[in-house]
Design a protein around this ligand. Structure first.
Ligand SMILES: *[C@@H]1O[C@H](CO)[C@@H](O)[C@H](O)[C@H]1NC(C)=O
Ligand SMILES: *[C@@H]1O[C@H](CO)[C@@H](O)[C@H](O)[C@H]1NC(C)=O
Ligand SMILES: *[C@@H]1O[C@H](CO)[C@@H](O)[C@H](O)[C@H]1NC(C)=O
Ligand SMILES: *[C@@H]1O[C@H](CO)[C@@H](O)[C@H](O)[C@H]1NC(C)=O
Ligand SMILES: *[C@@H]1O[C@H](CO)[C@@H](O)[C@H](O)[C@H]1NC(C)=O
Ligand SMILES: *[C@@H]1O[C@H](CO)[C@@H](O)[C@H](O)[C@H]1NC(C)=O
Ligand SMILES: *[C@@H]1O[C@H](CO)[C@@H](O)[C@H](O)[C@H]1NC(C)=O
Length: 464
């Protein structure tokens, strides 16, 4: 149920993004308007974030706007934000972009606070574009959390990661991870819990905050098993009845002003470190649901030109170097049984189930098999999915006898050059060198057949 790799992908997703864009959804579902005053943005240390001054999927209207920041909401008036003004734009950490969005680079704890964007000299209206930006900790992915009961995890302080499953499994996740915490919130006599309930008049509830559904993904799955996903983030719902006139310390004031906060929030940790020790290790939950869709190959790069007739290139290209008598199995990328998959060798179709070639066949699931290969199986194979030129495979077959001669050692060296160097003139030079060598005819033929050998994005694999 718990899926380590998912989180690793998630974290890599965050880290590989140079700048995370945040915007407000125009048609968000709101139960109570007072719970919808701001968008909570959870940011990790060192991250770059951008806050937009318009709704998601809309563009800026071009009117002048100002950003305001409140570090201590409820304790101080919002101050107009002065962006960094260095002439060298790369030195500016906080900047307002031409579409009036605000970018904060290398986010740190002093950047937390309430940010709002308002139209210039428009004092009457309250802003729609309010963001509370909070610092959150990152999950630790090294803990092997799969089979350890959650209560033991709490004791060991091992952080766990994204969990995934269907609604039944989410319910179990809720019972195991969130319910015990909610019992503590309501009944624990620990000092932190008493402080929250009696002093700050804070009622707290751990919950799951769902993102929107992702696209329905049918590629690479059996018919009728397409799935879509959405992420349920662990958050704590806050409701404060604090009505004393005395001023609270900053982080406590923030908790009494917000209506929810991340389970991994640094603000929560500053006020309630013990509570935070329990909540920050709760993994997020990826909910999966079946949906109806057909795989549309090349959907994401509709006009990239892989379609038949538009380009002579193939979307994927791969080179294999096989030893004689070895085998190779290849599945055409981005295809399912729903698609029409056509394999060819040097322009001649290989029909599924056709047994007329002794060492080469395509099965009913469109997988290409090369068995017990000989030099006859070397060459250029292609597969097409519907009308997309999907993959070209070049197969080189090396005979064992040659493999063990000293000459061949040198030969393999040249071959490695050809496969891995991407500069065409190198390859050209090597091809000429080959012509003079005369001893390895099958390679020469292949190289003459494949003048475009040095494509930059070609991947090569030696199965010797
Ligand atoms: C933040 O932005 C700067 C400048 O655009 C970039 O050099 C840096 O790699 C970014 N940092 C992260 C964590 O993406
Ligand atoms: C945050 O502000 C405090 C007080 O001004 C300062 O001591 C600290 O170095 C700042 N932290 C960062 C990461 O800039
Ligand atoms: C993650 O947790 C493991 C085991 O609990 C620990 O050894 C490791 O130092 C932690 N890594 C980070 C980056 O905190
Ligand atoms: C959820 O998944 C479990 C295990 O994969 C399965 O036994 C159960 O029937 C599923 N529940 C629903 C509502 O699909
Ligand atoms: C605060 O609320 C309590 C009950 O909710 C009420 O009795 C009390 O008068 C309030 N105090 C102030 C200063 O409003
Ligand atoms: C929270 O966990 C840390 C490290 O796991 C520990 O040092 C600290 O004492 C804990 N804090 C509380 C209040 O339990
Ligand atoms: C490989 O074969 C395909 C036809 O299946 C052909 O279009 C393509 O030009 C060939 N590539 C080379 C480099 O010979």
């Amino acid at each position: 149920m718990r899926n380590l790799s998912l989180l690793i992908i998630l974290i890599m997703g965050i880290q590989s993004q140079e700048n995370r864009i945040n915007c407000r959804d125009k048609d968000r579902t709101v139960s109570k308007p007072e719970e919808d005053l701001l968008e909570l943005v959870n940011s990790i240390q060192g991250e770059n974030i951008t806050l937009q001054c318009h709704y998601c999927l809309e563009t800026d209207d071009g009117e002048p706007k100002n950003w305001f920041k409140t570090y201590q909401p409820g304790l101080e008036e919002p101050k107009e934000l002065v962006p960094d003004m260095d002439n060298d734009i790369t030195l500016n950490r906080i900047l307002v972009n031409t579409d009036h969005s605000l970018t904060i680079r290398h986010f740190n704890e002093n950047d937390t606070g309430l940010y709002s964007c308002r139209k210039y000299q428009d004092e009457a209206t309250t802003s729609e574009f309010n963001y509370f930006v909070d610092l959150v900790s990152v999950h630790n992915t090294t803990g092997k959390a799969n089979d350890i009961p959650v209560n033991v995890l709490f004791l060991l302080h091992i952080t766990i990661d994204v969990t995934s499953g269907n609604l039944t499994q989410w319910s179990k996740y809720h019972d195991e991870n969130l319910s015990p915490i909610n019992v503590l919130f309501d009944t624990s006599m620990g000092t932190e819990y008493l402080k929250a309930r009696d002093e700050l008049k804070l009622s707290m509830e751990a919950m799951t905050r769902w993102s929107k559904w992702g696209p329905c993904d049918a590629c690479g799955r059996p018919k009728g098993e397409a799935i879509r996903k959405r992420t349920g983030e662990c958050r704590i719902k806050l409701r404060s009845a604090f009505n004393e006139t005395r001023a609270l310390p900053r982080d406590e004031a923030v908790l009494s002003k917000l209506d929810q906060i991340s389970c991994r929030s640094a603000t929560l940790e500053n006020v309630f470190p013990g509570m935070s020790n329990l909540t920050k290790i709760v993994p997020d939950f990826v909910l999966k649901e079946s949906c109806e869709a057909v795989c549309e190959p090349d959907k994401d790069s509709e006009n990239a030109g892989w379609k038949v007739g538009k380009s002579k290139g193939f979307k994927y290209r791969k080179t294999f170097v096989l030893a004689e008598n070895s085998r190779l199995t290849v599945v055409c990328p981005e295809s399912t049984l729903e698609n029409k998959v056509a394999w060819e060798k040097r322009g001649k179709p290989i029909k599924p189930g056709d047994a007329s070639y002794p060492h080469m066949y395509v099965d009913a699931f469109n997988t290409l098999y090369l068995e017990d290969v000989t030099s006859k199986e070397a060459g250029n194979y292609t597969c097409q999915v519907d009308d997309i030129k999907m993959q070209r495979i070049k197969v080189f077959v090396v005979t064992k006898s040659r493999f063990f001669t000293g000459e061949l050692t040198r030969h393999i060296g040249y071959l490695a050059f050809i496969l891995f160097l991407t500069v065409p003139c190198y390859v050209g030079g090597l091809i000429i060198a080959y012509w003079r060598r005369k001893t390895f005819k099958s390679y020469e033929e292949l190289l003459k057949d494949n003048p475009d050998d040095a494509e930059a994005d070609e991947s090569a694999e030696s199965l010797l």
